[in-house]
Design a protein around this ligand. Structure first.
Ligand code: BTN
Length: 328
């Protein structure tokens, strides 16, 4: 029996005895205990009570490709590539990159990732059953040269999806971190976006868009992320939206938004970006290959570069991927 099978059996949030689980799996209760420990080690907070058995502190909706596809607008469902749901992958983005022949707008999701990748070589914590890890392949004829602003546009697309899901209170930190906008968790990370490009500079090319969204994080997982982190549950009164619905809404927003980007470029996203820009008028300290720069956030330009007002009143454009931005 695999740990994810056990997670599926506990998914309702009801208590199930070790004996019942062992009988269902055809293994010993000690074997069940071992799988519980594996899941706990990966961040799933399974509770154990001597009288009633094992339970999750909340119900979990296991991802289901059929349910996700059925929740898409029907025209979109017909025009998309494959939607795959995997129990465990190294990384949904790596999986799509291994599929050189995958059709446009193919989607890969996983319940968990063993080597989830973040920006700048960082890892992305990917416990099973709690969050969303999704990658989408988009092919472009225009070439990589025409894709400036794409990673910021994806941030706008994620915010559009959150709006559709009724999740208010998120914003964007340049270039595309999805953060809590206000309140005591302001600045904590709700999600991350990794866009990886391949192909020709002025010919056919492809983007693998990877999105990680925190739906539920336990206090232990928040500590493990190594940076202030938050989850959608905190913005929605303790119960996050259904995971399959989140996936369907995100896929719909991605497919529509990526086609919009292909047609109209980043210009179609700048107004929405400005609305969610958490750095505008903030006092900033930027560090990177340029050294340390102090200034005030002044929006983005037409290519998606960060505009910073320097103390002498001049504007500086920042587009280096090596720059980190901190509120000073
Ligand atoms: C960041 O550092 O903020 C970007 C994180 C991106 C994580 C997602 S999860 C789905 C996809 N697969 C990966 O390995 N990474 C991205």
């Amino acid at each position: 029996m695999q740990p994810l099978q056990l997670l599926a059996w506990l998914a309702t949030g009801e208590s199930v005895s070790g004996a019942a689980l062992a009988a269902r799996a055809g293994v010993t209760r000690a074997a069940i205990w071992k799988q519980v420990e594996i899941l706990r080690g990966r961040g799933v907070p399974i509770e154990a009570h001597a009288a009633t058995g094992y339970r999750l502190p909340w119900p979990v909706q296991m991802l289901d490709a059929g349910v996700i596809r059925a929740a898409l607008p029907s025209a979109l469902a017909r025009s998309l590539g494959a939607i795959e749901v995997h129990g465990e992958l190294d990384s949904t983005s790596s999986e799509l990159q291994r599929r050189s022949g995958a059709s446009d707008l193919s989607i890969v999701l996983a319940e968990s990732q063993t080597a989830g990748r973040g920006r700048r070589g960082r890892s992305w914590l990917s416990p099973p059953g709690m969050n969303i890890y999704l990658s989408c392949l988009k092919r472009f004829e225009s070439g990589i040269a025409g894709l400036s602003g794409l990673s910021l546009a994806i941030g706008v697309i994620v915010l559009r999806a959150l709006d559709q899901l009724g999740v208010a209170g998120a914003g964007l930190k340049w270039p595309n971190d999805v953060l809590v906008a206000t309140g005591e968790s302001a600045g904590a990370k709700l999600g991350g976006i990794l866009v990886e490009l391949s192909g020709e500079y002025q010919g056919p090319c492809a983007a693998v868009v990877g999105i990680g969204l925190n739906l539920r994080l336990t206090p232990a997982l928040r500590l493990q992320t190594g940076q202030p982190a938050c989850d959608l549950a905190s913005l929605t009164g303790g119960v996050p939206p259904d995971r399959n619905r989140v996936a369907a809404v995100l896929i719909t927003a991605l497919a529509e938004g990526l086609r919009q980007f292909e047609r109209d470029g980043f210009a179609a996203f700048t107004a929405d970006y400005a609305q969610h820009d958490l750095l505008r008028d903030e006092s900033l300290q930027l560090t990177g290959t340029l050294g340390v720069i102090h200034g005030t956030g002044a929006g983005i330009d037409a290519r998606g570069a960060l505009q910073v007002r320097l103390p002498d009143g001049s504007l500086r454009s920042i587009d280096s991927a090596d720059v980190t931005v901190r509120r000073a």
